[in-house]
Every structure is written in C-alpha cells, then in structure tokens.
Design a protein around this ligand. Structure first.
Ligand code: EPU
Length: 455
C-alpha cells in the first residue's frame, strides 16, 4: 500500500480536522482504468452481521476505506477478531464476544452511523447494547427514531442517558409487526439484523429494497436465516435459534462507480470502471445517457466517456431504490454545470444535501437551491414539505477556488469540479472522502489528474 494512501486513510480517521488538503490544477480530462471493490454501504453491514454467527465469517472484496476501519475497531472492542487474511479479505471471528467499555466504543463510533446497527446483534449476544451519539455525514437531521421504534417492537427497552442510548431485553427479543414510515435503508437493516434471531415471525412493511439490502439478505440466508422478500416492500423473517458464519463476496460499490462515471463526463474524459455492473446502475445509466454521456458495458466493468458534442439538461428526483440514488446527485450536478440549459435536481431523501453547491457556485456555477422545493412543480414523489430543489443553469465554465469538503459525496463532487475548473483549486478536509472512496488519491494519479496531495 502506498504511503499516500496510508496518509489518506489516516486522514479519514481524523474526519472533522481541516488540515489535509489537495491542490488540483484543473482542465485535464481523466482517462484510464480503475478498479472498484465492495460497497461501503454493504461491507460495513456485513461485518456487523458476522457478530450474529457462532462460527467465523469470511468477507471478500472489502474496500480499504476508513468506515471499514471504524467497524473493525468496534468489532474488536466487542471481542470479535478481524484479520485481513488476503488483500480485501476479512476473517471475522465472533467466538469471544464480550462487553466493551463504553469509553472505548464512544471513541471509535464518533465518525460513523454504523454503530446503531450493532443493537440487535448485541442484544442477542450480550443482552444489552450501549450506543453513543452517532456520526456520519452532516446531511440533515438523520434521526434514529425508526430504529428505536423497531427495536421497541421486538421487546427492547430503550433508556436514553447523557452517554448515549442503553438497550436491554430482559424477556428476549420477539418477532414483531413493523411498518416503517419511510423505506429507510438503515432501519430495514436494523430489523433484518434483529429479526433473524428473534423468537417467532417478523413482518416488515415498507422496507427498503436497495441492492445492498438484498446482498445483506443473501449473507443472512447463507448464515441460516429464513427471509422472504414479498412484493410491495414486504419482508417476512422467521427467527431461528442460531446462525453460522458466512463466506461472501461483497456487492460492488455502485455509488463509487457512478461518481467516477460523472467525473469522466464532467472532465470530458474516458474512464473504465473495473468491477462496475449494469444491473444495479440501470437508473443511473439512463440519466447518464440522457445528459449526453456514453457507456459500454463489459463483462469486467463499464467504460464511461464523453462522446463529444454538448451535454443536455435533465430533471431528476432522488429516490429510494429503484429510483435515482441520493448519493449520485452530487457528482452529476458538476457535469450538469456543463449542460446547455436548465437542469433541476430534487432531493427527496435527505433534507439538507445541497450544501456542497455553495463551493460549486464559488467556482462559477449557476446553481439556485430552492429550500422548499419548487412551488407548483408536478412532483412524482411528494414526501416532505422541506424538500429541496437545485436548479442548475449551464453551461458555465468553472474556475479554481479554495473549498472545504462538507461531506463524503459533496466532497467528491468538489474534486470533480476542481478537475474540470480552469486554474488551481485547494480542497481542504479531503480525508472525509476516504470514508467511502477507496484509494482515491492513487486513482486520481492513475487517471492522469494534475494534483499535489498534502496529508
Ligand atoms: N430517517 C428517519 N428516521 C430514522 C432513519 C432515517 O427519519 O430512524 C430518515 C433520514 O433522516 C433520511 C431518510 O430517512 O431523511 C433516509 O435515511 P436512510 O435510513 O434510508 O439512510 P441511512 O441508512 O442512514 C444509507 C446510506 C447513505 C444513503 C442512504 C440512502 C449507509 C451507511 N448510509 O443511510 O449513504 O444515502 O442509505 O440510500 O448505508 C453515503 O454513502 O454517503 C450515504 C450517506
């Protein structure tokens, strides 16, 4: 592993510090081939699932990102040994699960939201769970009410204290009837990870059905769980007494794939994303094509490129699967600053996910964020009164600027913007990007970007 990448990872552990930065000389198309591995939003959950097994689990294609480091630290604190037996292959052994000291968990959990998913497995294994304040990207309130309501439905007792949330289950966990107010990814995972070993049958309505959830269900089935995915977002889980370990190759990271695709388009480049697959990206590919991007599907990946000509504006709403993912809009918006005409992106998943556009505006983009959405706009998904819409009018050439990364996906869009911009940009707080983009510094170098990384 290169020292540059080790530095980037160290930086990732220091999320929140603004000392790490990258200086980019923009204007060069990104060209070349990069490889992507397992999805951040699956691998981390799969690692938590290993806590439920009576025997060790083997997870393959685990990305080298700091969120995996956070979950490794937490598993270690609970007595689960995590050993990298080959590059990207983690052996997770839960045979010595023990109670961790709260201070230890608190120190480790600070920069991630995954700890909330430890609740069910810990209640099954130890009879109690202590969850500190959660980190993760600052992209709205990101409450955990769906999680706690679901855990209560299983029979958990939730006590909130100044240190965090303490959960106990004096009478064990029992299967439950749960209907989520919204198909939340995390809350669906919470229910799955809890119901598989709860006594009796759980019926989950309005479940999330993202590919990462389906991959988690596949893992749980390998472990011995009985889970039926029914039509209309209904999932039945029949609890079992015990689960074994699993062996599994993680689903590829479709968010990373879509990010590099947008980078190819925005920089007028040509990137082969090794490991990307068509099925999980279909909705993205449609929009990519409508904007004017081209792609070739290969067995071992997808080539994304700018075929020449002008880019076209689009109207997009982010949504739950199979809709256009909220994590895809930030890199795409950079490409939309190059499209001829007015594009509209409505964010319906999070209430505060356009903060990153301030930096794009500072770089010369014409973006107006409507904090309450667009009045009278015929919405396909009318979810909340506080939905936001970004109106992007292009084309606007971007120029270099000094910007600070606010969150993971926004940060990646800043990188792309700087790569397309005329002149020099300094982007601070880039360590946050290593939470979800494996070896992104190395990949930028591989694709011919002109930059200096100062860890
Ligand atoms: N929500 C609640 N209450 C809850 C849980 C969620 O109101 O108890 C709301 C959230 O505030 C949000 C919406 O429901 O407005 C959707 O949240 P969801 O639970 O689906 O998201 P999540 O599980 O916290 C995961 C990914 C996100 C991704 C979303 C949507 C992980 C670790 N994170 O978050 O990924 O955007 O699903 O697909 O899996 C990222 O990778 O950068 C990222 C933020």
């Amino acid at each position: 592993m290169s020292s540059v990448v080790q530095d980037a990872q160290k930086a990732g552990q220091r999320v929140g510090l603004k000392s790490d930065k990258i200086v980019i000389n923009g204007g060069k198309p990104l060209r070349g081939r990069i490889e992507i591995r397992g999805a951040k939003n699956l691998a981390t959950k799969a690692m938590v699932a290993a806590l439920l097994g009576d025997t060790p689990s083997l997870l393959k294609d685990v990305p080298d990102i700091s969120d995996v480091g956070v979950v490794t630290g937490m598993l270690n604190a609970y007595g689960v040994s995590v050993t990298e037996i080959a590059p990207g292959e983690l052996l997770l052994d839960p045979s010595n699960v023990l109670k961790a000291h709260f201070a230890e968990i608190d120190a480790l959990a600070g920069s991630s939201r995954i700890p909330i998913l430890f609740c069910g497995p810990l209640l099954h294994r130890l009879g109690e769970a202590l969850i500190p304040d959660l980190g993760g990207c600052r992209i709205g309130d990101r409450p955990i009410d769906f999680h706690l309501d679901a855990l209560r439905a299983f029979g958990a007792i939730v006590d909130k204290s100044y240190e965090g949330i303490r959960l106990t289950a004096p009478n064990g966990l029992k299967g439950a009837q749960i209907e989520l107010p919204y198909p939340s990814v995390g809350a669906t995972e919470q229910v799955l990870l809890t119901a598989v070993r709860a006594e009796g049958v759980t019926e989950l309505k309005n479940a999330a059905i993202e590919p990462e959830i389906m991959d988690l269900i596949a893992i749980l089935q390998k472990m011995g769980a009985i889970i039926n995915v029914e039509p209309n977002r209904v999932i039945f889980i029949e609890g079992v007494d015990s689960l074994d370990g699993y062996e599994h190759r993680a689903l590829f990271d479709r968010n990373e794939a879509a990010s590099w695709a947008s980078a190819a388009l925005a920089t007028e480049g040509d990137i082969f994303v090794g490991g990307a697959k068509q099925q999980e990206l279909m909705t993205f590919l449609n929009i990519f094509r409508k904007v004017g991007g081209a792609f070739d599907i290969h067995e071992d990946g997808i080539r994304f490129y700018h075929p020449g000509g002008t880019l076209k504006p689009v109207v997009v709403e982010t949504d739950v699967h199979p809709g256009f993912m909220t994590d895809w809009q930030q890199p795409l918006i950079v490409a939309l600053t190059k499209a001829e005409g007015v594009s509209i992106v409505h964010e319906t998943v999070y209430e505060n996910r356009f903060g990153f556009t301030d930096a794009l505006i500072a770089m010369g983009a014409n973006i107006v964020v409507h904090k309450d959405g667009l009045a009278g706009y015929d919405r396909r998904v009318a979810r909340r009164e506080f939905e936001q819409a970004a109106v992007i009018t292009g084309p606007t050439p971007l120029h270099g600027a000094d910007v600070v990364v606010p969150d993971l996906r926004g940060g990646f869009s800043h990188l792309i913007a700087a790569l397309t911009a005329e002149g020099r940009s300094t982007i601070s707080n880039v360590g946050i990007i290593s939470r979800g983009y494996e070896h992104f510094i190395d990949k930028l170098a591989l694709l011919g970007a002109d930059f200096i990384y100062e860890g």
